[in-house]
Design a protein around this ligand. Structure first.
Ligand code: EPU
Length: 339
């Protein structure tokens, strides 16, 4: 049986570095431990929260129940052919370590997703994405424990209902399943995706004409490192807000009033706006409010300069949301889970 600790700080388990406490804290290393835990008094006594890398969460208060740290580990090839390789990864693996493992093995598909903080299990929850690739593009299936029946269910790509930073696990099935593993469909021969402007620029800068997956990964790491603050140095959870989608008619009106507005047309006909641009135009970029602020190099990232509370960061987020709405009539919503 796992050992459950009482009244523990979560400061080192969330990348915002917020010093909240959990009434109970436990680590799980296996499916059996997890099944045992779900029957425990501490689990049943109230609120429970599953934590991967803690890189997409804003704690605005102490957790009155149980926090479960996912330490399920293991990476295994389950099937392969001349072109494909299927890799099953335990959900507690660190995402970037998995990416590096793929690159070392020559498995292509996740190189654009290098250096994203967090765990493998958190990936499908919000369909992580960067530099023109989303997790759904390399997803095959996942296994998750039904927390009521204690049966393991297999979810196909369709079952997961992936969208932009969305999946069924953030909506209908929220809190009902614990993802235990994710199986990826990777490629033995890379089809590189360098169309995202900054990647090609970075490769040109290095004089690389025929890039390998390692070159693309290194380019992504270099870009991320210049634009995004390292959570080990400055507390943050990556993009705080999602990029909002607007109808093309509204986009045309906005474009007429703000010719520099940044928007990406979507297949649906709608346009996705760069929230970072909207926030910057409202004067928030680099602004410090108390112990937190909007980052100087990427306005979409809110940072804890030290000693901030989650409530303080959330109040800042609401002020930003309000001013974007007042200036542009566009609603921006958090990508981060606010607890
Ligand atoms: N921009 C500004 N001002 C800013 C920030 C951005 O004008 O302060 C403009 C940029 O100049 C650019 C556009 O907004 O024209 C988009 O910026 P960027 O390429 O940095 O990407 P993003 O849309 O802000 C998204 C993801 C990131 C991901 C990058 C790269 C979301 C919410 N965020 O950011 O993901 O790394 O694209 O693909 O979709 C995350 O989810 O935590 C995350 C970091």
């Amino acid at each position: 049986m796992v050992s459950i600790l009482h009244n523990q700080s979560l400061k080192s388990f969330n990348t915002f570095g917020l010093d909240v406490s959990a009434r109970y804290l436990v680590e799980v290393h296996s499916l059996d431990e997890l099944k045992g835990l779900v029957k425990s008094e501490e689990y049943l006594s109230g609120q429970h929260l599953f934590l991967g890398g803690g890189s997409n969460v804003l704690f605005t208060q102490d957790v009155k129940g149980l926090v479960v740290r996912n330490l399920l580990k293991g990476i295994a090839v389950v099937n392969q052919s001349a072109d494909d390789v299927y890799v099953k990864v335990a959900s507690g693996e660190v995402w970037h370590e998995f990416v590096l493992n793929c690159i070392a093995n020559g498995w292509a598909g996740v190189e654009n997703l290098s250096l994203i903080p967090g765990s493998v299990g958190a990936g499908p929850m919000q369909n992580i994405g960067a530099y023109g690739v989303e997790l759904k593009d390399v997803f095959y299936e996942l296994e998750a424990l039904d927390l009521e029946s204690l049966e393991v269910k297999v979810f196909s790509k369709e079952d997961c209902k992936f969208g932009y930073r969305e999946s069924v696990f953030k909506h209908e099935l929220k809190g009902k399943y614990f993802i235990t593993s994710v199986t990826f469909n990777l490629q033995q021969h890379a089809t590189l995706n360098t169309s995202y402007g900054a990647i090609q620029q970075q490769l040109n800068l290095k004089g690389i004409a025929a890039p390998s997956i390692k070159d693309v990964s290194d380019a992504v790491i270099a870009i991320r490192s210049t634009k995004l603050p390292n959570p080990n140095v400055l507390g943050n959870a990556g993009s705080f807000f999602k990029n909002p989608e607007v109808e093309s008619t509204l986009f045309s009106e906005l474009k007429a009033a703000h010719p520099d507005i940044v928007g990406y047309p979507l297949e649906s006909g709608n346009v996705k706006l760069a929230a970072g641009w909207l926030i910057e135009q409202c004067g928030w970029k680099g602004k410090i409010v108390g112990n937190c602020g909007s980052h100087k190099d990427q306005a979409l990232v809110l940072v804890n300069y030290g000693g901030a509370t989650g409530a303080e960061v959330y109040a800042l987020a609401l002020s930003i949301k309000k001013s974007v709405f007042e200036k542009f009539g566009v609603e921006i919503n958090p990508e981060v889970n606010v607890i």
